[in-house]
Design a protein around this ligand. Structure first.
Ligand code: SAM
Ligand code: MG
Length: 214
């Protein structure tokens, strides 16, 4: 049977990247997506904004919603200090299987805990399952209609502390208007938009960084 796009992305990594070298894995995926097949990774332009926010926050506990093939997981994990916990969640098992191989190819498997399941199921279990008290940094990049219910779940479950940073991708394209309205108008968040473009295109898109004020 015909291979899937994630499997072809993995092949491109195995062919063109160096084992244990995250930068080469990132470059191989960006090259594949610019020259062969578009894919829904955060991409290089928004990826460098993601990098600078991760570096600035220097988190000890990180949650990523939406692993897909592990591109953003590799971007984040390569910047983390030793001992930092990165949990990444994906509900499509076929994507999680590819991500596992890409993360291992980059040599970052010891920094990453991959979880399979849906955000609505996992978020309420996360404290107990992973001995987490709060997250320093959360990257939201799963289905856009889940951003708002899931940030409310973080609040209800006590997963945010004063200063926790949420970074949401694709707030313009495909767009998360209810989420934007919430974080921009709630007195509990200080929110800022980082303009850029939809991955591998010239279409307007951007990231929203929201700091929880407590
Ligand atoms: N963050 C990835 C990157 O930049 O490389 C891209 C993630 S892709 C845009 C979104 C992923 O979220 C898809 O693989 C999808 O299967 C997954 N997903 C969507 N809704 C989810 C949910 N509620 N719980 C868990 N995974 C979800
Ligand atoms: Mg995205």
């Amino acid at each position: 049977t015909r291979s899937t796009r994630p499997q072809r992305m993995l092949k491109a990594v195995q062919k063109n990247a160096t084992k244990g070298n995250p930068e080469s894995v990132i470059s191989a995926i960006d090259y594949f997506c610019k020259n062969s097949e578009w894919a829904m990774n955060v991409g290089d332009e928004k990826g460098s904004i993601l990098d600078s926010v991760v570096t600035e926050v220097n988190p000890s506990t990180v949650l990523e919603l939406g692993t897909y093939c592990g591109y953003s997981t590799v971007r984040i994990a390569r910047l983390l200090s030793p001992g930092t916990k990165l949990i990444t969640l994906e509900f499509n098992p076929a994507y999680a299987t590819v991500a596992r191989q890409i993360i291992a190819y980059a040599g970052l498997q010891d920094k990453v805990t991959q979880v399979e399941g849906s955000s609505a199921d996992l978020i309420p279990q996360i404290k107990e399952r992973f001995s987490i008290t709060t997250f320093d940094f959360i990257f939201l990049d799963h289905w856009k209609d889940r951003y708002l219910p899931d940030i409310k779940l973080f609040e209800e479950c006590g997963l945010l502390r004063k200063g926790s940073v949420l970074l949401a991708d694709n707030v313009i394209c495909p767009g998360a208007p209810e989420y934007l309205e919430y974080v921009r108008n709630s007195p509990r968040y200080e929110s800022r938009y980082y303009p850029a473009h939809l991955e591998y295109t010239k279409v307007e898109d951007g990231l929203e960084k929201s700091v929880f004020l407590g």
